[in-house]
Design a protein around this ligand. Structure first.
Ligand SMILES: CC(C)(COP(=O)(O)OP(=O)(O)OC[C@H]1O[C@@H](n2cnc3c(N)ncnc32)[C@H](O)[C@@H]1OP(=O)(O)O)[C@@H](O)C(=O)NCCC(=O)NCCS
Length: 163
């Protein structure tokens, strides 16, 4: 198991969260899209633009030298076309990424659990996310209580109740 710690995300984490958006967009091995290409996509850019807004919250995983190695955060969206996992304006969407060398060591699960606790403490009743078909992360999300509520365009929308 990797040695890591977690802390709440702060307003100075925007650049690292953008790195994690790029990781999430490039989950398939081979032929990764360059960072500027990913962040030119209005949906991907919308996951971090203007970080940190008042309703945003996140968790950052750190290595032993306190360098960021992964993050999960949530953000509210008001309109369906602004986010892949939109279900309703009061349901924040989870975004997650872990640096490649640190994957499959329990960090992603720890981040999801930390973020779930944060969302519950903030008074949210549900969390949503979007995952592309074929991404093993689907199994991780299911094992953390997310269920598929919609499917289309090669993606599933998964929602977890925080009750
Ligand atoms: C998805 C991601 C955030 C998960 O984080 P992680 O730290 O690798 O996940 P964990 O180590 O906590 O693993 C969670 C579970 O997934 C399994 N798993 C991890 N990597 C796996 C892989 N490559 N293939 C299959 N299963 C895998 C683990 O075995 C673990 O299950 P277990 O607890 O029953 O053993 C991370 O792998 C990542 O950033 N991937 C690329 C970006 C991405 O896909 N983001 C999500 C977009 S929706």
């Amino acid at each position: 198991m990797a040695e890591f710690s977690i802390r709440p995300a702060s307003s100075s984490d925007g650049t690292f969260l953008a790195d994690m958006v790029v990781e999430a967009a490039n989950w398939r091995t081979g032929n990764p899209r360059p960072r500027p290409t990913v962040l030119a996509d209005p949906v991907y850019r919308g996951y971090i633009a203007g970080w940190q807004r008042p309703a945003d919250a996140g968790i950052v995983a750190l290595d032993a030298d306190e360098r960021p190695i992964g993050a999960a955060w949530y953000r509210l969206f008001a309109e369906p076309d602004r986010a892949y996992g939109f279900v309703a304006s009061g349901v924040p969407e989870l975004i997650i990424g872990v640096r490649p060398l640190w994957r499959a060591q329990g960090i992603g699960r720890a981040l999801i659990r930390g973020l779930t606790d944060a969302a519950r403490s903030a008074g949210f009743a549900r969390l949503t996310l979007s995952v592309e078909h074929g991404n093993f992360a689907h199994l991780l999300y299911r094992s953390e209580g997310f269920i598929v509520v919609a499917s289309g365009d090669g993606r599933d929308t998964m929602v977890r109740s925080l009750a």
